[in-house]
Ligand binder design. Structure first.
Ligand code: MAN
Length: 506
């Protein structure tokens, strides 16, 4: 702004000087120079002017545009074709000003692309009408179309951004759900592991299992036998005492009776006692006696006992708390496993009870559930962390494909996946797997190996467009493919651009 103002002031000063006039030439505007730069063509007091790029070369002001090149930078001939490197400024009123290489001045060709006002052909070799008005209208139309396309592209991009954000949000939601499910599944595994342990403990210690009716009856029977044995022992003791006393009486009678008295009863008693003493006594066993006391048959109990005849069976279980039993069982299993592992004990398959089988099945299912959830969680985590380009925008396009027929091939590009080449009749050739996004480019690498060359790869150059479209395919180097595409993903906010422009101008 400051420079502009300064230039305008200088221009005013220059015009003033021109009006004042050092000579006739100086009073005219210099041809081929913009109104802003007219001020650069002011002579010194002596009527001399210095070449713009060579201040040491001074020429009389009359030599400007005299169709002879005096300045090495061509600055003395802006309005003629005398200098090969000069520049001709076209004012193009009503349109955008242009700068033409001055050798194209008066060459008999209307250079409308740069000089719509036809001022480059001022010598009259050819008549160039002023086309600035229609060209400005055309430009305006084009700009309006461009702006429309930009708005459409930006609208499409906004939709893509919404889709990408919602895809990510549902992924994150799913991730949270899977995490909760995983937590529950881990708890299920822990519980199932505990249940297996308990079932194994119960199965390997069945005699001591609380609530087993046979065990309870067996215990009762033992107590019954113990009581019977005690009763029998005291009865035997009493009878033995009485027998001892009787024996003393009979012994005294045997020793002290008078055989000269003919008492038949005494003689008979002494004789019977002597015979008894000579006869041997049978061995007796209290336990055997006590078993015979029970009227109920033990067959059933004994049968159960045989069925429970597990070598692991230990009868201390009923007397210890369940947690201790689990601990003991675990240690015992560890010891057995250790001994089996080190070849000190033969491996023995212990047939499992249905409780153990059920518990193990539940554990397997719980572990399987954890594995499946882990896999799902990993897949989601990979997707969340994957590269979907600037602002994650290509998340909305991942897996979408665009195709184009170029020469003998159909080319296909799938976002975040692959790029392929398909001949009219023949096999597909992979041109690379998605590798990364970088600025406005996508890289696909590691395609099919080129004959005698590298693996095929693709670079995709993108620019803004309302639709995803494959515009062109080329092969700048053997097996290196360049795809040019449009995509709304590359569009920017036209309003932000506008406000940017305004800011630049301020
Ligand atoms: C095939 C195509 C071509 C490639 C050659 C290389 O014909 O994939 O694009 O240049 O192989 O041998």
């Amino acid at each position: 702004m400051f420079f502009k103002a300064q230039k305008v002031c200088t221009a005013i000063a220059a015009s003033f000087l021109i009006v004042q006039g050092v000579d006739a030439v100086k009073s005219k505007l210099i041809r081929g120079v913009s109104s802003e730069d007219q001020a650069l063509y002011v002579p010194n007091e002596a009527g001399y002017w210095a070449c713009l790029g060579h201040k040491d070369i001074l020429i009389p002001i009359s030599k400007i545009n005299d169709d002879y090149c005096d300045c090495p930078d061509g600055s003395d001939e802006p309005g003629t074709s005398a200098c090969a490197n000069g520049k001709f400024h076209c004012q193009n009123k009503g349109h955008v000003p242009g700068v033409l290489p001055s050798y194209q001045v008066n060459d008999g060709i209307c250079d409308y692309d740069l000089c719509c006002d036809g001022s480059d052909e001022w010598a009259g070799l050819v008549k160039c009408e002023n086309k600035c008005r229609e060209m400005a209208a055309e430009l305006q139309k084009r700009e309006a179309e461009n702006r429309k396309a930009q708005i459409a592209g930006w609208t499409a991009r906004t939709k893509l951004a919404t889709k990408a954000a919602s895809l990510k949000a549902s992924l994150l939601k799913e991730q949270t759900q899977i995490e909760a499910q995983l937590k529950a599944a881990h708890a299920r595994v822990e519980k199932a592991e505990e249940a297996v342990k308990m079932a194994e403990v119960s199965s390997s210690m069945r005699v001591g299992k609380k609530g087993n009716p046979y065990v309870e009856r067996l215990k009762e029977r033992v107590l019954e036998y113990q009581r019977a044995k005690e009763a029998m022992a005291s009865r035997i003791a009493a009878l033995e005492l009485r027998l001892q006393e009787t024996e003393v009486i009979l012994l005294n009678l045997k020793n002290d009776y008078n055989p000269n008295y003919n008492d038949e009863a005494v003689k008979q008693a002494v004789k019977t006692y002597s015979t008894l003493l000579e006869a041997p006594l049978p061995e007796s066993n209290y336990a055997e006696l006590s078993y015979q006391l029970s009227a109920e048959s033990d067959d059933e109990l004994l049968k159960e006992e045989v069925e429970d005849n597990d070598p692991d069976l230990v009868d201390y279980n009923s007397y210890i708390p369940i947690e201790w039993r689990v601990w003991i069982h675990t240690k015992k299993r560890e010891l057995v496993d250790f001994l089996v592992e080190h070849g000190l004990l033969a491996h023995r398959d212990i047939s499992e009870t249905s409780d153990v089988k059920t518990a193990k099945k539940e554990l397997d299912e719980a572990n399987k559930q954890v594995q499946e959830l882990d896999k799902k969680a990993q897949k989601i985590a990979d997707n969340v962390a994957a590269d979907f380009g600037p602002d994650d925008i290509f998340r909305a396009l991942a897996g979408d494909c665009i195709t184009a027929e170029v020469g003998d091939y159909t080319y296909e590009l799938c976002f975040n996946q692959k790029s392929i080449q398909k001949p009219k009749n023949g096999m597909i050739t992979p041109l690379g797997k998605f590798d990364r996004y970088e600025g406005n480019k996508i890289y696909y690498t590691g395609g099919a190996k080129c004959w005698n060359g590298p693996q095929r790869s693709t670079v995709v150059e993108m620019r803004c467009g309302e639709k995803n479209k494959l515009l062109s395919v080329s092969e700048p180097a053997m097996c290196e493919y360049l795809f040019r595409i449009t995509s709304p993903a590359m569009c920017t906010d036209p309003e932000a651009n506008e406000s940017g422009k305004v800011r630049d101008e301020l």
